[in-house]
Structure formats: C-alpha cells, structure tokens
Design a protein around this ligand. Sequence first.
Ligand code: HEM
Length: 290
Amino acid sequence: MASVKNGDYDGIRNQVTKILKRPGYDDGSIGPVLVRLAWHASGTYERKDRTGGSNGAGMRFAPESNDGANAGLEHARAFLDPIAEANPWISYADLWTLAGVTALEAMGGPKTPWKPGRTDFKSEQAAEAYHGKVDGRLPDASQGAQHIRDVFYRMGFSDQEIVALSGAHNLGRCHEDRSGFDGKWVVNPTRFSNQFFKLLLTRKWVPRKWDGPLQYEAVVVGEKLMMLETDLALIKDPEFRVWAEKYAADQKLFFEHFAAAFAKLLELGVDRDGSGVAPLVKGGCPYHAG
Ligand code: HEM
C-alpha cells in the first residue's frame, strides 16, 4: 500500500474505496463490516461521565477487543491495517470512523459529515485510566425497546435517531461464528437503501426453528431473510414505529436522518481543542468540561 501525504483524508478515502470489493468474503464487500466497526468504536459512549466513544480507538486493546459484541471486528480492523501502516500520521480512531463513512457512501448511502482530530490510546492501561471499562455497553440483540432506549439514551440519542441508525441493518449480515445469529436483512446487503424498513413492515416475521438464538425469518423472492428481536422492536413500539413507517415511505428522509445521526455517533466523546485535536483527557477535553 502506498502512502498519501499527511492530512490528505481524501487520499485515505480513495485507499479505503479501493479495498472494499473482496470476492469470496461475505457478499463480496467489506463495506458492511467497516460500517459496523465505526459504530462499535463509537457506541460505547456514556454521556453522564463523558467516557467511551470513538476517540482513543480503545478496541485495539482488551477488554474492549474481547467484548462479545465486538466479535468479528478483528477482521474489519485487519482489513484497514495496511492503510494504517502505510500512513502512520492518521490515528486509528480517525481511520476507523472515516472508513465507515467512506464505505457507506460507496454502497450508495448518504455523504456523512466527518471531521479528523481523534487521537489513539497508547496502551490498555491508558485506555482504562481515561475511560474506565467500556466493554458490555453495546446493545444486546435479544432484547426489546426498553433496552434499546437504555443504551441509546445513554449516548444522547432520541427515538427518531435510534430508528434512523437502526436502518444500517440494510447492510451486511449476521455470522453464526460472531454473534450467534445468522443471515442478512435484505436481498442486496451491499447497497444502502430503505429496504430494511419496507421489509420490516410488510413481511410476516416468524421465529426461526433452529438450535441458535431467537431470530425471525421470512422468505423474500426465494431468499431467507432475517430480523433480530431489536429490529422487530422498531415496529412493535408505537413511538419507534412512527419513524419506521416514515423511513419506509421516504428514502430521502431516511438518508438525511441517517447521515445526521451517524455523524453524531462518530463524534461522541471527541472534544477538540483550539488546534482541532481531541486530546485523551479523562472525561473529555478540559476546555469543554463542566
Ligand atoms: C450487524 C446487533 C445497531 C450496523 C449486527 C449483528 C448484530 C447486530 C447481532 C451481526 C454481527 C455478526 O454476526 O457479524 C445490533 C443491535 C443494534 C444494532 C442489537 C441496536 C439495537 C446498529 C447500528 C449500526 C449497525 C446503530 C450502524 C449505524 C451493523 C452492520 C452490520 C451489523 C453494518 C453488518 C456487519 C457485517 O456484515 O459484518 N448488528 N446492531 N447496527 N450491524 Fe448492528
């Protein structure tokens, strides 16, 4: 992998775009797992004490790297390592989040505002000293609306933003050897659209009969598709459902809301100082504390 010059983020975007296609891996693209990496790197945020979030790239270290919710993301990180090695000037925290927005756009999704400035923890000890233990903070797919709200309200999201973000399940699939679940949500899982919401609302989702954890299935144009308990909560809960219906009916609105919520997610815990750098200071940047 060639290097691009310090600060050339468009150059990094090009390098990410070039590695997205991967015949033989899942549905031929590493795009979905890169979006998931960006989300899990950020989704540990706790607004009360301003810990967690994308700054620091703590997932390179235990216990975050071993968190069951992050199973499989070692592949996503390894896909990006050649870019990191060729360009030591970019932090992992910036690279992971930039790769997520780049992959989303390359798969037909909206352009998500993104800013650099994240710094990396130097060690597991540093990560723990700054943020405490952040493993166990990501959502559990076997639960319902209350759990989803507990997790996303903790980060500072509204019901509308929760539903918009959940539309990311238009991409990629579940892997038995990662989460225990199995299958994809839509027929074309490498093309971003509002199909996830349309299928959620129009198909009859029945529990799958198998030895694995509870998940739901429906056959769509000859293919078995899946939903998680947390996905179905988006239509069972009346407040969530209002937004699921709006997004199913209006892809433009979904894209606008998704880009705004995804940008907010990737900024969680990133408090930049006057020079545009987000230092790793306990509880966030001292300039913005309080
Ligand atoms: C995949 C759960 C929210 C993006 C998955 C998987 C699970 C899951 C169990 C399968 C992992 C695997 O086996 O490889 C959840 C739960 C959520 C949630 C419980 C919230 C209640 C989100 C959000 C995003 C997202 C907010 C992004 C904004 C993705 C993507 C994949 C995925 C792109 C596919 C990954 C791949 O193809 O490798 N999610 N998720 N998810 N999730 Fe979520």
